[in-house]
Design a protein around this ligand. Structure first.
Ligand code: C2E
Ligand code: MG
Ligand code: MG
Length: 455
């Protein structure tokens, strides 16, 4: 018995020495390479990206030279602890030796640009944390790191090459003035820089009131305007009108969609109040796009109810457009929020319907009013029999479930005729009008009703 226990302890000790750094207790280079090999294989299987963050402390040698090696060792241990505190348990923190550390992140997004911003976010958090003052046995000490980043996906690359890439990027970060991070891939670096600039630009845009709502009419089968969809526009001082497709994903990623979304809802409510004063527009509904991130906020429903109270907008005229991506997570929570709003009269439409993962069982459970056929199906409805079949199926589904159906992206009279023949209730698209500013939308409503009166 004792023999085995002793042997086991000796083996453990050898293992500890072979795979771990004695000073910090972190995995050493050998262990890192072993884990990296596994990570590459698993990222090849799952298609998820991973990242290597190569960290080197700036001017570490000065500390050793001035305060001595004991203080140097203390700093290295505290840095190790801060790194461990910053990353998730499943990530790896290793010390290569000297003042060099590597953090390996796994399970990042499948898309490289998203994975790059995820890795950047972790990298920035680490840099901020390593910038906090250290207590080295009575001495307060400041230190900064330089960081190189590289992404991996699958095993098209050698483990040693990946480490070299991250190391190289770290030297670029040193060259760029230290206390910062750099990507190995210049394209990735450019993408991340551009994204950061766009984020800063959006912040300015919110501050300086550069965002406006445009309105696109929604009509019934005789062309009468029954409402509008509010579509966000960014009136950028140098770039002109910027499409939401370009900045909404960035705003979602950075969390700015919450500020922006709140502004959108308030502007939409104000528009409803203005319309309520005119008999011609009083009954119009206004559809507002809500991004999943916005909807997921704990107090989303209450926030809208407060907004309705505070602006005095009629809840029955407000319709929220949700996308199927929202239904991927906690369905019960989604239903609770929708029901709270619906109890007040707020309506719901399922946007881009047919493009996501649609399960009939959730459609039945959701308090929806309307399905919105995605424009990609409407576009080829006359030329592609598959699209025609999908459109017919959605219309039949709406009928069975007692939901209204609106088609978006209607551009030609022939498309409209097909939709009318198959029982569609409402229409939206360039055939009627492009999204336009509020005053132009009013002129459109007026012109249509004058035409109707004359007929
Ligand atoms: P969406 O909600 O599916 O909006 C429909 C998009 O189709 C709009 O693009 C609209 O201008 C365009 N469209 C309308 N009629 C036609 C047509 O006949 N033909 C073609 N080819 N296109 C047509 P837009 O305004 O660029 O918006 C793009 C997306 O950005 C929207 O897709 C929506 O997902 C998002 N978005 C727009 N405004 C907001 C907003 O206020 N909040 C949030 N969260 N997302 C918004
Ligand atoms: Mg929409
Ligand atoms: Mg849509």
């Amino acid at each position: 018995m004792t023999d085995i226990t002793q042997r086991k302890a000796a083996e453990d000790q050898i293992r500890q020495l072979a795979f771990y750094d004695p000073l910090t207790g972190l995995p050493n280079r050998r262990m890192l390479i072993d884990r990296l090999r596994h990570a590459l294989a698993s990222s090849a299987r799952s298609a998820h990206c991973g990242a290597l963050l190569f960290i080197d402390l700036d001017h570490f040698k000065n500390l050793n030279d001035t305060l001595g090696h004991d203080k140097g060792d203390l700093l290295l241990q505290q840095v190790a602890q801060r790194l461990l505190d910053t990353v998730r348990e499943e990530d790896t923190v290793a010390r290569l030796g000297g003042d060099e550390y590597v953090v390996m992140l796994e399970g990042l997004d499948e898309f490289h640009d998203i994975a790059a911003s995820q890795a950047t976010a972790v990298g920035e958090k680490i840099i901020a944390k390593l910038n906090w003052p250290y207590q080295l046995a009575g001495h307060e000490f400041h230190s900064t790191p330089s960081m190189g980043l590289t992404l991996f996906n699958g095993h098209e690359v050698e483990v040693e090459d990946l480490l070299k890439q991250a190391d190289l990027a770290m030297y670029q970060a040193k060259g760029a003035g230290r206390n910062g991070l750099r990507f190995y891939d210049p394209q990735m670096q450019a993408a991340v820089t551009k994204r950061a600039e766009l984020e800063a630009d959006i912040r300015q845009g919110i501050l300086f009131g550069q965002f406006v709502l445009f309105f696109q009419p929604q009509v019934d089968k005789s062309g009468c305007v029954i409402g509008a969809e509010a579509l966000l526009r960014w009136n950028h001082p140098t770039r002109g009108m910027v499409s939401p497709a370009e900045f909404i994903p960035v705003a979602e990623d950075s969390g700015q969609i919450l500020t922006l979304g709140s502004w959108i809802l308030e502007a939409a409510c104000a528009q409803l109040v203005a319309w309520a004063a005119d008999p011609e527009t009083r009954a119009l509904t206004l559809a507002v796009n809500v991004s999943s991130r916005q909807f997921r906020q704990q107090d989303f429903a209450q926030h809208i109810l407060d907004m309705l109270d505070y602006t005095g907008a009629n809840p029955h005229c407000l319709k929220l457009e949700l996308t199927e991506s929202l239904l991927a997570d906690n369905l019960d929570d989604v239903i609770v929020k929708m029901s709270a709003l619906r109890a007040r009269g707020v309506g719901f439409s399922l946007d881009d319907f047919g493009t996501g993962y649609s399960s009939l069982s959730y459609l039945k459970r959701l308090p929806l009013d309307q399905l919105k056929i995605d424009q990609s199906f409407v576009r080829d409805v006359l030329t592609d029999p598959n699209d025609a079949a999908i459109v017919q199926t959605i219309l039949a589904l709406g009928k069975t479930l007692g939901l209204k159906v609106i088609a978006e992206g209607v551009e030609t009279g022939e498309q409209r005729d097909f939709l009318v023949a198959n029982g569609c209730n409402s229409y939206q698209g360039y055939l009627y009008s492009r999204p336009v500013p509020a005053d132009e939308f009013l002129r459109y409503v007026h012109a249509v009703s004058v035409r109707k009166d004359a007929a």
